[in-house]
Design a binder for this molecule. Structure first.
Ligand code: ADP
Ligand code: ZN
Ligand code: ZN
Length: 737
């Protein structure tokens, strides 16, 4: 008899018999089995072998097949996932399913399939000659560029047929011709192991870096959480590399988590150039097969270093000796749907279980990590100086009150842009709103472009002449007259990236203005192209959303402008102030990285606001100290612990009925030190046609919160209203929306 975790939304596990034909098999927890479940045939995971079941014998079904001859995730990952399922109060079968590679959910055979990859033949590549050589073969040039951009974008060498099919058509003749010309190569393999002899010598570490490295090395033989708090450009990556070098040489494996795929190529290149090792990367732009092959390479020990995004935390690495979480404050470590785990927090649990050190690195550490440092659970290492000795930029506030504005930009700001351009500087403008304008309004009757399905406006996208709802994705053509009164007197209210781009391009016709947001980089390779133009200095002005704020290093940027801060200063989201402070600090770090001194302008109607004043005069640490005090006073994380029970339904009354039934369960329960708020409407009550309500749980004691949830939540699937609604529990929610 075996206990099986089945991918379904229920909190229990299921008992199955082994048929006589399988009775002799050695059972390991983590082996996959094919089972029938209701009317479906599913892949489940054995949790343990049990002597018997409490269920009557005729109720117990037989396992159809055992798919693996050993546990693929292994006991460490199995334990981590089960711990996470408990902590996040998530159905264990679904949690395990999420933690395993998608490939293993859909394929009985776990041998990673071999596959043909095409990639650039570096030996042959000289940009200009190739462009000239392929002048009369545009398709070949296109494919060549695709392969090249793919390398740069993902650090992943090569594209396969499935990927090429998804990008372009009729590519086979071009591939054949490029192979014959020796411009590209092909090979057949499961995954790409990146490996090359180390080229760049180790930097001589400065005193701060060396002190951090020494202090961390003292803990190499056991568990400790280290927070490397280093300003942008202080050389955190060099500290990672120095620590990896020693462990790699000792035969250990290292797991490096990064927030986004956009950050992997730069980092991967640096690891590759410095360490004599084998590296695999894992990220969302890879297909299921490739991700699984990378998982396999790490699990088998073939790859020593794994660089990946959030879900890589669940990759087995038998010789794991160190975990590094780069940009630990980043929100993308938290999964926002389904199994809502936080990869940073799970990494700490994993390091503790395995008794190894873990490094969290950031220029703007999360309040959670700073709080843990204050309470001496983490060891802090500070890098206060820029490693390249360049001064930090000067930051100035631009008071918008009573100023004449041009598409939301003050004249002082425009003058400063002009000055920097005239001195051959590059300018980065940052606005967290894509599209042309957040809404259209009728000047005669006040009608606005509301989304039919959300309590929100539809954003005007001028280039596409579309209205798009950024919450549900609804689209419709932007008509040139009012829906209500027919007037053609329509105003575009407010500015997004598209409008700023257009205005600046008109104002500075000699300068190339480049917009970098999700709309302008949808096509594969276009982000890479734009980043290259930015690097080469071809585009003088970059207008972008937060995509631009992260990680990218533009040496010629001398001026950074942050256009909209007021919204975040007064947001209902309790993390908004923290995000703004991190954004300002990170974006400012982009100015003056190289030869020229940098300057940062921040537009606001509230220059006296204490958050901005703290940041300006005392820096991020002072801001963080005050913000922590505010969170404590308000009973918010990390000083208090939160969980959110969310519920949504097309039928508003069904959603509130479910939450009322959930509340009713708690009526006769004494809950000292636990506060339950709600049911309340979500800040955006209607979204994508669904009404959304929530109950918030709050406690100073994590244990009390968890004891309550572990009793309460597993009862909810049985509530009579549960079938008509979608509901979820979010432990340590990233936002309360
Ligand atoms: P961070 O990760 O903190 O932003 P990096 O590690 O990327 O910082 O370092 C910033 C720049 O300084 C890089 O160009 C890096 O090569 C350089 N650098 C780092 N450490 C040193 C050092 N000890 N000596 C000289 N240059 C260094
Ligand atoms: Zn009107
Ligand atoms: Zn909508």
């Amino acid at each position: 008899m075996v206990k099986v975790a089945v991918p379904c939304p229920l909190y229990n596990t299921f008992d199955y018999k082994l048929p006589a034909s399988l009775n002799h098999r050695v059972i390991e927890a983590g082996m996959r089995v094919r089972i029938s479940f209701g009317r479906q045939k599913l892949i489940g995971i054995i949790l343990e072998e049990i002597p018997g079941s409490t269920l009557p014998a005729n109720k117990i079904k037989e396992v159809i097949a055992i798919l693996d001859n050993r546990s693929l995730p292994g006991s460490e990952i199995l334990a981590l996932t089960q711990w996470a399922a408990k902590y996040y109060v998530h159905p264990p079968g679904d949690a395990l399913q999420t933690a395993l590679p998608v490939y293993l959910r859909n394929n009985d055979d776990a041998t990673p399939p071999l596959n043909r990859y095409w990639y650039i033949n570096n030996a042959a590549s000289n940009e200009q000659t190739i462009a000239a050589q392929l002048k009369r073969a545009p398709k070949q040039l296109q494919i060549y560029q695709l392969l090249k951009n793919n390398d740069a974008e993902t650090g992943f060498t090569g594209l396969d047929a499935e990927q090429l099919n998804s990008i372009t058509e009729n590519w086979r003749p071009a591939i054949k011709a490029l192979l014959e010309k020796g411009l590209i190569k092909q090979d057949v393999r499961a995954t790409v192991l990146l490996s090359q002899p180390a080229q760049s010598p180790q930097q001589v570490l400065n005193q701060e870096q060396q002190e951090a490295v020494n202090a961390i090395r003292q803990h190499h033989d056991g568990h400790a959480v280290h927070l490397i708090n280093g300003i942008t450009g202080s050389g955190k990556t060099e500290v990672y590399l120095a620590l990896c070098e020693q462990l790699i040489a000792a035969g250990k494996q290292v797991l490096v988590l990064v927030p986004e795929i956009g950050l992997t190529p730069q980092l991967t290149r640096r690891f590759l150039q410095r360490l004599n090792t084998t590296i695999v990367v894992q990220h969302s732009a890879m297909n299921d097969r490739q991700r699984y092959a990378a998982w396999q390479a790490a699990a088998s020990g073939q790859a020593q270093l794994l660089i990946g995004t959030r879900s890589s935390i669940f990759t087995p690495m038998p010789e794991l000796g160190l975990i590094i979480i780069d940009e630990e404050h980043d929100g993308s470590y938290k999964q926002q749907d389904g199994f809502r785990y936080n990869a940073r927090d799970l990494a700490i649990v994993r390091a503790k279980n395995k008794n190894i050190p873990i490094l969290l690195g950031s220029a703007t550490a999360s309040l959670e990590s700073l709080n843990n440092t204050n309470e001496q659970r983490y060891i802090q290492h500070q890098l206060k100086k820029r490693a390249n000795k360049k001064p930090l930029p000067t930051i100035r506030l631009v008071n918008l009150c009573n100023q004449k504005l041009h598409e939301g930009m003050a004249e002082t700001l425009l003058d400063t842009i002009k000055l920097h351009l005239s001195q051959q500087g590059q300018v980065l403008l940052f606005i967290n709103r894509r599209g042309f304008a957040p809404l259209l309004m009728c000047h005669d009757c006040g009608w606005t472009t509301n989304c039919q399905r959300c309590d929100a406006h539809m954003t005007y996208h001028k280039r596409r002449q579309q209205l798009i709802c950024h919450h549900c994705g609804a689209q419709r053509p932007a008509a040139d007259s009012c829906d209500d009164c027919g007037s053609t007197n329509i105003l575009a209210i407010g500015s997004g990236t598209e409008r700023i781009e257009q205005y600046l391009q008109n104002l500075f016709p000699q300068t190339q203005v480049s917009r970098i947001d999700r709309d302008s980089t949808r096509k594969k390779g276009s982000l890479q192209e734009k980043l290259e133009q930015a690097h080469s200095g071809e585009s003088g002005i970059l207008v972008g959303t937060q995509m631009l704020a992260k990680g990218h290093d533009f040496p010629n940027i001398t001026l950074v402008c942050i256009l909209d801060t007021d919204q975040a200063l007064f947001s209902a989201d309790f993390r908004a102030a923290e995000h703004l402070a991190q954004l300002i600090t990170q974006v400012s770090g982009r100015a003056g990285r190289a030869e020229k001194a940098g300057e940062v302008l921040i537009q606001t109607h509230h220059p006296e606001h204490p958050l901005l004043q703290d940041l300006l005069h005392k820096g991020y640490p002072a801001f963080a100290r005050n913000a922590l005090e505010e969170r404590r006073a308000a009973g918010l994380p990390p000083c208090f612990h939160l969980a959110l029970l969310r519920c949504e339904s097309i039928d508003a009354s069904a959603a509130s009925r479910f939450l009322n039934q959930a509340m009713a369960l708690t009526e006769n329960i004494e809950q000292p030190q636990l506060d339950i708020f709600g049911p309340l409407p979500a800040p955006m009550e209607r979204r994508a046609g669904r009404y959304r309500y929530q109950i918030m749980l709050q406690s100073k004691q994590r244990k009390i919160l968890h004891a309550f949830m572990n009793w309460w939540i597993p009862q909810l699937p049985q509530l009579s209203a549960a079938r008509k609604v979608r509901w979820s529990i979010d432990v340590d929610p990233y936002d309360t929306f």
